[in-house]
Structure formats: structure tokens, C-alpha cells
Ligand binder design. Structure first.
Ligand code: PLP
Length: 355
């Protein structure tokens, strides 16, 4: 008997999430994972690796609560926001009975986590203006325990209309959780819905240190929700989800000084983004540069996959979104340093001349 037959059906059928890193390749300009382009220096302050770490390190929880404007008992810290997604599905969806709903084109992990858990997935695509299709969500909501939305949305960069999210919260009241993924909220902080937690017991917000905080390699994310939801998630989380060095560095990243430094970096990235967007839109063959509220641009261009491959040959790694729902001929480009963005512009212009 093949060992593979011992694996669960849903795992054998699963197409795993292809992270930027797993896609691999070689290059020197990495604009495919929405990371911050340059590393920040941190040193460990604790030398207690003989001990198991705290499950929910108090300093990290308190500092994040302060930063997000919520109470410490409304915060859960985990191994990236991805672990938050997985915990939500494992805690709130019974495989084979409950469904989850998501709105493509969007971040891939909602669907992959549900599939891995054997939980039914319902996709209700965003409308052509990038907003929620509320009537269709209402039609499909029976049996759904979690609705995942992402704002600003990855990969479009667009924010969801807050009135629509409010309508979604009314629709799902007493029936389902609404998870709003705010992985990129630092790039448009005024749009956060964290202040809505006191009104909506079924609202959940996902956050991360991987993007604006420049700590993708740390693996640290947050789930914000009312205490009752956090308590349920604490039942299913691993006993020691964060390594001690992770907690040490996360607490440092959340000091007042480092939060101020993060805000300066965000302003710089946004200014590069706006310049880069303008430059891209002037290149022949570029059909649309989506307006973005985050640290990446979605670009529709003639022959996207061929251009993706040509740039990759030159060591410039972007993310091909062509196979995502509604995104034929689209590439997503992370905002790197100004020099890295210039490399992309030069490469695109050179391609034009050789064709
Ligand atoms: C990057 C990203 C995440 C994952 O964040 P981690 O904390 O690195 O796991 C979650 N949601 C969206 C929309 C993202 O782009």
C-alpha cells in the first residue's frame, strides 16, 4: 500500500499555497512578497533559552494593544497572521458541516487553510469595481461560519468600502464571524476597523509585523477580537506558539521609538509608490496601474506572463497574478527601494525596444 493512501483525502487533493519563497528562483531584486526592502538591525536582550517561552508574552500583547487602540484581552499573538487564519478555521468551522466564504481575487491562505482542514469553501468574487457583492454573499451565507475579507486587498491594493463591511456585519450578526485582514493597514492607518470591535462581537481583525514593520522573517502576527473569541482561539493554539527570540524582538519593534520609525518608513514607501505608479502608467503596453493603498502595485499589461519571465531572467522577481480570478495579464510589484523600482522601469522600457 502506498503511504500516500494513509493521508487524508483533502490533503492528497490539496494544491499547497505557493509562497513567494517556495516559488524560488534566483534574483537580486525581490519584489514578489510585499516585504520591506532592507533589513533593520535588532539584538536579543533576553538570554533565557533554557526556559519555555510565555504562550502569550505580556509585553508584546500590552504593547500591541496600546498601538492598535484595543484592550490587551482583545489581542492574540501568533506565528504570523497566517497562523491566525488557520486557528480561526480550526476553531470555528466543523469539517464536513460548516463553510467559510471569501471574495477573490484575494490573499490565497484563506482558501488553502480551509481546504487543508476539510472545510467547505464558497467563493463570492468581488464586483468589477473591487467591492463586495453583498447580495450574492447574502444568498450564500447559510451554513457559513466565517467570512474573510481583506482591506486593503491583496493583490489589488484597494480598500473595501466601510459601509459595505458594516452591511456585512449586520448580515452576519449572530450567524458568522467577519474576519477583516488588515495586513497592510499601516499604509492607510485611518482606515482601520479596530475601533468597531466594541460594537460588533463577531468582528475579527488580522494584523502582522511582516509588512510595514519590516519583520517578515520574524513570523509574528496578531488577531484582534472580543475576549470571548480570543479565549476560544487560546484553546486551539499551540502551547508555545512564539519562540522567545521572536517575542523579544517583537516587543522591541513595538516600542514608541520604533513605531515612530515605522511610520517614517511607510511615508517613504508611499512616496516611492506614487512616483513608480506614475512612471509605470506611461510605459507603452501597460494597460492599467491599479490605485493602491498598500506597499505594492497591481499592473495589467500586454503579455504579462512573458514579461514576468523576461524580468525573472534578469534577476527581477515579481508576482504573476494572471491565474487569479479576474486578473488575466496582471503582475503584482512590491514597492522596493527607489533603485529597485527604477530597475523594473528600465527593464520594461528595454523590452519594448527589443520587440
Ligand atoms: C502577508 C499577508 C498575510 C500573512 O502575514 P504573516 O504575518 O506573514 O503570516 C496575511 N494576509 C495578507 C493579506 C497578507 O498579504
Amino acid at each position: 500500500m502506498s503511504i500516500a493512501l494513509l493521508a487524508r483525502d483533502c490533503v492528497r487533493k490539496l494544491t499547497p499555497y505557493l509562497s513567494a519563497r517556495r516559488l524560488g528562483g534566483s534574483g537580486d531584486v525581490w519584489l514578489n512578497a510585499n516585504e520591506y526592502p532592507t533589513p533593520l538591525p535588532y539584538t536579543l536582550t533576553q538570554q533565557t533559552l533554557n526556559r519555555y517561552p510565555e504562550c502569550q508574552p505580556a509585553r508584546v500583547i500590552n504593547r500591541y494593544a496600546d498601538y492598535a487602540g484595543v484592550k490587551p484581552d482583545q489581542v492574540l499573538v501568533s506565528r504570523g497572521a497566517d497562523e491566525g487564519i488557520d486557528l480561526l478555521i480550526r476553531t470555528f468551522c466543523e469539517p464536513g458541516r460548516d463553510a467559510m466564504l471569501y471574495c477573490p481575487p484575494t490573499y490565497g491562505m484563506y482558501s488553502v487553510s480551509a481546504e487543508t482542514a476539510g472545510v467547505e469553501r464558497r467563493a463570492v468574487p468581488l464586483l468589477s469595481d473591487g467591492q463586495l457583492d453583498l447580495p450574492e454573499i447574502a444568498r450564500q451565507i447559510n451554513g457559513v461560519n466565517i467570512v474573510f475579507v481583506c482591506s486593503p486587498n491583496n493583490p489589488t491594493g484597494q480598500r473595501l468600502n466601510p459601509d459595505d463591511i458594516r452591511a456585512l456585519l449586520e448580515l452576519t450578526c449572530q450567524r458568522a464571524l467577519v474576519v477583516v485582514d488588515e495586513a497592510y493597514i499601516e499604509f492607510c492607518p485611518q482606515a482601520s476597523l479596530a475601533g468597531w470591535l466594541s460594537h460588533y462581537p463577531h468582528l475579527v481583525i488580522l494584523r502582522t509585523l511582516s509588512k510595514a514593520f519590516a519583520l517578515a522573517g520574524l513570523r509574528c502576527g496578531f488577531t484582534l477580537a472580543n475576549h470571548e473569541i480570543i479565549q476560544l482561539l487560546l484553546k486551539t493554539i499551540a502551547p508555545y506558539p512564539l519562540a522567545a527570540p521572536v517575542a523579544d524582538i517583537a516587543a522591541q519593534a513595538l516600542s514608541a521609538e520604533n513605531i515612530a520609525a515605522m511610520r517614517l518608513r511607510v511615508a517613504e514607501i508611499c512616496s516611492i509608490r506614487d512616483w513608480f505608479s506614475e512612471q509605470l502608467s506611461q510605459i507603452e503596453g501597460v494597460e492599467n496601474v491599479y490605485s493602491s493603498q498598500a506597499n505594492y502595485l497591481l499592473v495589467r499589461l500586454h503579455n504579462a506572463t512573458a514579461i514576468f519571465n523576461a524580468l525573472r531572467q534578469q534577476g527581477i522577481v515579481l508576482r504573476d497574478q494572471s491565474r487569479q480570478y479576474g486578473l488575466a495579464d496582471c503582475l503584482r510589484i512590491t514597492i522596493g527601494t527607489r533603485e529597485e523600482c527604477q530597475r523594473v522601469l528600465d527593464a520594461l522600457l528595454a523590452l519594448k525596444e527589443t520587440r
